[in-house]
Design a protein around this ligand. Structure first.
Ligand code: 2P0
Length: 326
């Protein structure tokens, strides 16, 4: 019998962002990053290696992926085959548990779950640090989704030294995110291509790396001190600097829509009125509001002027990866 292994990984949102590779082959980032893993959004993936298969079969939300889309996943399975000695092709079924068309479906939870299920199904028993290194080869942000709570990805200088570890888990204080899910628009450029362009063309890139490293130090302290205000201010500034790289690339690009700016303004206004809330943005139009649980009602009420209730999703700190064998 072929073993089927299922892994569940939660997505994460970076508070100090990864936005550029130093080594695209090994997926080494230009700077370290810090994230919060979320409970609400996750991917569940099952992998079975099977000598009856003539090629990898990848099902995504019950749909068989066409070869062009399956290629990145198959290449990642090749890496697992190469390391494990496993020679068979695999059947992969993956389900993304995010609200329909939320635009939050991230490669982070996807490649973290695939690394865990795939490596175990191939007969490897990796520890969490090795899993984090392996997930990195699928997608940078997946490096962090192996772990729960607040997580830091150390940039490192080679395959061995570039991995994530827990900064704080469980998170025993009142911090959460409200995802403001905006209308899906066609992404102007993928994360992979966008970050490659800014590294190659933004004149501000060296300043980004310098300030991001400073942000890492300050963010570690804010998390250890459970200081929501410091954490939020560092995250907000760091996110805007990341987006400033995109605006300063050649050619320039951005992920904002008019609704993105509306949500940013709402958060800024709430804060001016004394509510402890902050925003962060990734490679898409959605805004994530960093806040305390006890402010949920007041924040939702302010945003209800612009957005429908189902566009506002509260997410708490979430757990690390789980793996089950059948
Ligand atoms: C992050 N993002 O730190 C940053 C902030 C989006 C904005 O990592 O090329 O899918 O697969 O390593 O990880 C999204 O990019 O890119 C991302 P690849 P990835 O979360």
């Amino acid at each position: 019998m072929n073993t089927t292994v299922t892994a569940k990984a939660h997505t994460n949102i970076a508070l100090v962002k990864y936005w550029g590779k130093k080594d695209p082959q090994l997926m080494l980032p230009q700077n370290g990053s810090i994230s919060l893993t979320l409970d609400h959004f996750y991917t569940e993936t099952s992998v079975t290696f099977d000598d009856q298969l003539a090629h990898d079969q990848i099902y995504f939300n019950d749909q068989l992926l066409q070869p062009a889309k399956a290629q990145r996943i198959s290449q990642f399975l090749d890496l697992i085959r190469q390391r494990s000695g496993q020679t068979h092709f695999a059947r992969v079924t993956t389900g993304n548990h995010v609200p329909t068309s939320a635009g939050l479906a991230s490669s982070a939870s996807g490649f973290a779950a695939l690394a865990a299920a795939g490596s175990r199904a191939a007969g490897m028993h990796l520890d969490l640090t090795d899993l984090s290194r392996l997930a990195r080869r699928g997608s940078g942000s997946a490096t962090r989704s192996i772990f729960g709570g607040f997580v830091e990805w150390h940039a490192g200088h080679d395959d061995q030294s570039s991995y994530a570890e827990v900064l704080q888990d469980p998170v025993d204080w009142d911090v959460q995110m409200i995802a403001v899910v905006l209308k899906a628009t066609k992404k102007p450029i993928s994360s992979t291509d966008g970050m490659a362009r800014v590294v190659a063309t933004s004149p501000y890139y060296p300043a980004w790396v310098q300030t991001a490293n400073h942000d890492l130090d300050r963010m570690r302290h804010a998390i250890a001190a459970k200081d929501l205000h410091a954490l939020g201010m560092i995250a907000e500034t760091n996110a805007m600097r990341m987006h400033a790289l995109n605006l300063s690339a050649d050619p320039a690009f951005n992920y904002f829509t008019a609704d993105t700016l509306t949500a940013i303004q709402a958060v800024t206004d709430l804060r001016a009125n004394g509510v402890n809330c902050y925003y962060t943005l990734d490679a898409g139009p959605n805004v994530k509001i960093i806040c305390a649980g006890h402010d949920t009602a007041v924040i939702k009420a302010a945003l209800a002027k612009h957005f429908a209730p189902e566009q506002l999703i509260v997410a708490k700190p979430g757990p690390g990866i789980t793996i089950t064998e059948a």
